[in-house]
Design a protein around this ligand. Sequence first.
Ligand code: ADP
Length: 402
Amino acid sequence: MSPSRVLVLNSGSSSVKYQLLDMRDHSRLATGLVERIGEQTSRLKHTALTTGDTREYNGPIADHQAALKAVAEELARDGLGLESTELAAIGHRVVHGGMFFTEPTVIDDAVLTEIERLIPVAPLHNPANLTGIRTAMALRPDLPQVAVFDTAFHTTMPESAARYAIDPKIADRLRIRRYGFHGTSHAYVSRATAGLLGKAPQELNVIVLHLGNGASASAVRGGRCVDTSMGLTPLEGLVMGTRSGDLDPAVIFHLERVGGMSMDEIDTLLNKRSGLFGLCGDNDMREIQRRIDEGDREARLAFDIYIHRLKKYIGAYYAVLGRVDAVAFTAGVGENAAAVRAAAVAGLEELGLAVDDGLNAVRGDAPRLISPASARVAVAVVPTDEELEIATQTYALVGKDD
Ligand code: ADP
């Protein structure tokens, strides 16, 4: 039998998340996380889903190489080691693929060089992704390694949506354009929404609202992305946990000229200290809802600003698509916060959008409709699964049928 397992690696600057899946039945064999790499207080948490065993290691893990070695050892203890002949490939999440990578790609030296060339547009993410890839390649040089890009799904955006209204010569020289992110999730959720409605993706126009700590919306026409709310970087668009999303670019000049802040300080302010956190001191929607229930006005205003922006994007993407068949909520907030879903579509009945309070209150892991049966547009909760999507795309590229 040909190998059917795929290890999915998501390497951040100080963390590695991983999942081992069997693509014959999409079952998960193991999952885990290494965090605070490079500190004294690193932590590895590993769960073997074959046995239900969870193990935790606390102590220094010096770098990504040590982290991956530790992961490999944990997998080996469950008989799932990286040397196993059942492993078909390793799939890597890569945040920025620029315009170059429109598809998942088997990694070779030329691919590594191109991911490296994109570091100026993804200074935080691509170096960490590269470290993960290089370490995994050193551990299993004979195994296909596949890069799955967060930006790839959005490369179908027309130029009218992807370009900023600035001098194209400057834009092209510096590769300034709207790339979009969370593409793996938007791809998975738009397809799963079609599945939920018993339609082919080609038949459906969907607005996907990925509302996690980072948040983005996309307009998907017939399975292809035609607009998305994140841009050159993940800072543009919706109000997020700690990112401001859209603002007048002149706010940046003002912060520098009048506020005396440095560019690095402004970068930190807008990416790490804004959004819900900047508005009310909390970025967790659960905490914000708790505070609202207690009558907290700061939390209420933060929620209202978040919803106002979300609603504006629903309206904008309705106009972009012309006809909308479904709106899908996903990620931590989208899957769990019924109040956010209800508020986001409240008042949009004229557009055919409504939520049934009873259905909206139901919790669960399965994709589900929350709009009334009579509604013109299906409103759905569709849990995302970026790891499964990365594994599926990886396996499609390297897997051989028995
Ligand atoms: P990311 O992958 O971007 O870190 P997630 O998609 O895991 O984020 O979403 C995390 C966010 O989801 C949390 O910050 C919190 O705001 C929200 N969240 C998680 N569970 C709930 C819940 N039960 N109710 C409301 N919000 C929730």
